[in-house]
Design a protein around this ligand. Structure first.
Ligand code: ADP
Length: 191
């Protein structure tokens, strides 16, 4: 199996680059943000529990997020690998993911950080707001999401770096060039 995490702030381009990676490597894409949006849109029990938190731009609790992620991984027993997008966002989530991978006799092989400045992120999301109309892209909520990333989520990076699993790619520039940088890292992995 080949298991990768794509990491970066809101608006870093994780969605765009994920699409290309899953196509090229045949990976199963798991985006916790997409899953939470699906649950809120379909008004499931889980959706009702997390709706307010998500719309305010805060992180959902680890318990809820990890349980949802685990269920999604277990729904895809035949996958040749996973691409995690938007997960983990805390060190406890990262540890839970390692445990899950171990239980499947596999591991997270690489964490790819798309490095983008806060200013660039704000400009990109302002543009996306006109096209997509996501409730959590409104400016006060957006500040929260960006704050959650730069205050909390970044602490996951040293956890992976200490184990030699982190690669950083410049997320500003041409989409194709960024993909080829990511691809260099992925194709060099010996799994
Ligand atoms: P962003 O564009 O901010 O990266 P996502 O689409 O990945 O957002 O996620 C949207 C929202 O879903 C987050 O603001 C958060 O409330 C919730 N969420 C997604 N993934 C996680 C996670 N791993 N842990 C906690 N909350 C999460």
């Amino acid at each position: 199996m080949l298991n990768i995490i794509l990491f970066g702030p809101p608006g870093a381009g994780k969605g765009t680059q994920s699409e290309r990676l899953i196509k090229k490597y045949g990976l199963c894409h798991i985006s916790t943000g997409d899953l939470f949006r699906w649950h809120t849109k379909n008004d499931t029990d889980l959706g009702q529990r997390v709706k307010e938190i998500i719309n305010s731009g805060q992180l959902v609790s680890d318990d809820i997020t990890i349980a949802m992620l685990k269920e999604e991984v277990e729904k895809n027993p035949g996958a040749s690998g996973f691409l995690f997008d938007g997960f983990p966002r805390t060190v406890d989530q990262a540890k839970a993911l390692d445990t899950l991978m171990e239980s499947m006799n596999t591991a997270i092989h690489a964490v790819i950080e798309l490095k983008v400045t806060e200013e660039e992120v704000r400009q990109r999301i302002a543009k996306r707001k006109e096209l997509e109309n996501r409730a959590d892209d409104a400016s006060d909520k957006l500040d929260r999401r960006i704050g959650e990333y730069f205050n909390k989520t970044v602490h996951v990076l040293p956890f992976y770096d200490a184990q030699g699993r982190l690669s950083t790619v410049n997320g500003i520039g041409n989409i194709d060039d960024i993909f080829s940088e990511i691809d260099k890292t992925v194709s060099a992995l010996k799994v």
